[in-house]
Ligand binder design. Structure first.
Ligand SMILES: Nc1ncnc2c1ncn2[C@@H]1O[C@H](COP(=O)(O)OP(=O)(O)OP(=O)(O)O)[C@@H](O)[C@H]1O
Length: 332
């Protein structure tokens, strides 16, 4: 097996099994894919299809039952020596689903963020370490004062920002985001996805983004692999998969999302947004170029960034709130 020069990660014939009371569970069944340097690769599928197991096997929490994982062209099964493993542990970071469970409650934020900096000897002295911590907090939209707080003193969204800062603290080459927003309140899910997207673009990060929501995965990913019962059933360009899925399972993942009149398809906008009281009567940035002006009813104004009302940029949108936080909007 050879890896392509632009493959930062190559998974080849990966299989993972677990023993259960009733026998052996094949959580991941002979999957292969590459993640190219500088891209966001989405891994999507319903709960239990094997997404998290794939991520955990890549970071070597589990030894693969079969198959190979190549990182930067090196087969991990042949990686030897403490120094090389330490480098791998620095290069590949993970952001977890539950930001509270993944942060040590006894440590202050500055110690959580400083841990990787210390292990990999990335700071010259305490002053430099503190400066790096402050910069990391600012990078993820937190205040440097948060350094002296404990995880329980932060909101869920702030804790996930700390999780992102911790991953960034060691300047990794690949970040595996394992359902990074599904434990969060829907009102802040879009903020965290936007932050990840912004960081990916600014820092040219390589992301493996694991989630069950295809519209969210499509929003952030360049390419997508769709998993079903441990196998990859479809893989390709994110827009192509979203707009013309080839596999019936992908279609069924999409069909979970309610559509308005198909004749209005060309005007349809999908807005990930939480309709809550404080939002009433104010303009909210949803994604970098999407704004929604909300009123307490199921009516909102949709505006493309930079477009004035006079220029026809402000359109009346009828929206259908769903309990997933996705509002389907039709520009009238
Ligand atoms: N440590 C484990 N021991 C036994 N079975 C496991 C273990 N981890 C996962 N499984 C099983 O492997 C299958 C795949 O689980 P996995 O968590 O990878 O799926 P997933 O797609 O990430 O779902 P979710 O989003 O709900 O975590 C499931 O049947 C699960 O019960």
């Amino acid at each position: 097996m050879t890896t392509n020069i632009s493959d930062l990660l190559r998974v080849e014939g990966l299989t993972q099994t677990f023993k259960s009371g009733t026998g052996i569970v094949k959580a991941v069944d002979n999957i292969s894919f590459s993640v190219y340097e500088g891209e966001t690769f989405g891994l999507v599928g319903e709960s239990g299809c094997g997404k998290s197991t794939t991520g955990r096997t890549i970071i070597q929490l589990y030894k693969p039952a079969a198959g190979s994982i190549f990182f930067d062209g090196v087969n991990l099964s042949g990686l030897r020596g403490k120094k090389n493993w330490l480098q791998f542990r620095r290069d590949v970071q993970m952001i977890y689903q539950d930001p509270y469970a993944s942060l040590n409650p006894r440590n202050k934020i500055k110690d959580i963020l400083g841990e990787g900096i210390d292990v990999h000897k990335l700071a010259k002295g305490a002053k430099n370490r503190n400066r790096q911590v402050a910069e990391l907090l600012e990078t993820v939209g937190l205040n440097p004062d948060h350094a002296n707080r404990y995880p329980h003193e932060l909101s869920g969204g702030q804790r996930q920002r700390v999780g992102i800062a911790r991953a960034l603290s060691v300047q990794p080459r690949l970040i595996i985001c394992d359902e990074p927003i599904s434990a969060l309140d829907v009102s802040i899910q879009a903020q965290i996805v936007n932050l990840l997207k912004k960081l990916q673009q600014e820092k040219r990060l390589t992301l493996l983004f694991i989630a069950h929501d295809l519209s969210m995965v499509k929003y952030i990913s360049d390419r997508i692999a769709v998993m079903y019962r441990g196998k990859i059933v479809e893989l390709g360009d994110a827009r192509k998969i979203y707009h013309s899925p080839l596999h019936p399972y992908t279609e069924s993942l999409l069909s979970c999302i309610p559509y308005p009149d198909p004749d209005l398809e060309k005007n349809r906008r999908r807005i990930i947004y939480h309709h809550h009281e404080e939002a009433s009567g104010s303009l909210h940035q949803i994604f970098p170029d999407h704004y929604v002006y909300c009123r307490p009813s199921d009516v909102a104004f949709y505006q493309q960034k930079g477009a004035s009302k006079e220029a026809g940029g402000l359109d009346l949108v009828s929206i259908t709130p769903t309990n997933t936080g996705i509002l389907e909007g039709v520009v009238e």
